[in-house]
Write a protein that binds this ligand. Structure first.
Ligand code: PGA
Length: 212
């Protein structure tokens, strides 16, 4: 299988016009998946889309979107458990586990993010976070929190140890995320990752083109 490139635009770019420009360079390839803010889904009809988050169900949950809504728009992928959701929005392992189940029930392809903060023991954090892990997730993204958005990526050899740990639990796709960019991403593929989850670099047109 070709390496997966999953773009997490987070809360960017700031305008519809800029989002249009970014979408223009995205090819319709099954291994390239774009996760924009949901307001911009309507611009991505020609590409594979994913959501950056999702709630459990529809109803009186102001500000949320549901797995069924995503499915009905053919948004087939969903990122769950991103460290920004865990830290800023205080999502717990238990909630993430419920979300994973709710999304799998709708046959969405779940990209589950896990990773330790600086100074924490990687494997013990991962073991705890993997309670949300279900055999049927589409991919697990190993994203050390200290490497996200810092330009200080985890070395491929260090990341490889975590990759092996995850692969020993399940044969799902394993992605690396955390300051992956046009210059370093091949090194992660080289040590065995099935792809990358890219934040900042996916917003830079030339750099992301290079990765694609
Ligand atoms: P980054 O973000 O590539 O900007 O470090 C990755 C992510 O948060 O998924």
């Amino acid at each position: 299988m070709k390496p997966l490139i999953i773009a997490n635009w987070k809360c960017n770019p700031k305008s519809f016009k800029e989002a249009k420009k970014l979408f223009k360079i995205i090819p319709k390839k099954k291994e390239v998946i774009i996760c924009p803010p949901s307001l911009y889904f309507c611009l991505g009809e020609k590409v594979n889309l994913g959501s950056q988050n999702c709630f459990l169900k529809e109803g009186a949950f102001t500000g949320e979107i549901s797995p069924k809504m995503l499915k009905s728009l053919r948004i087939n992928y969903v990122i769950l458990g991103h460290s920004e959701r865990r830290q800023i929005f205080e999502e717990t392992d238990e909630l993430i586990k419920e979300k994973v189940r709710a999304c799998l029930k709708e046959n969405l392809k779940v990209i589950l993010c896990i990773g330790e903060k600086k100074g924490q023991n990687t494997l013990s954090v991962l073991k705890k976070q993997l309670i949300a892990f279900e055999k049927k997730v589409f991919a697990i993204a190993y994203e050390p929190v200290w490497a996200i958005g810092t330009g200080n990526a985890c070395s491929p050899l260090q990341a490889k140890k975590t990759l092996e740990f995850i692969k020993s639990k399940n044969k799902t796709n394993v992605l690396y995320g955390g300051s992956a960019n046009g210059s370093n991403f091949k090194e992660y593929l080289g040590v065995g990752f099935d792809g990358v989850l890219v934040g900042g670099a996916s917003l830079k047109i030339e750099e992301f083109k290079k990765m694609i």
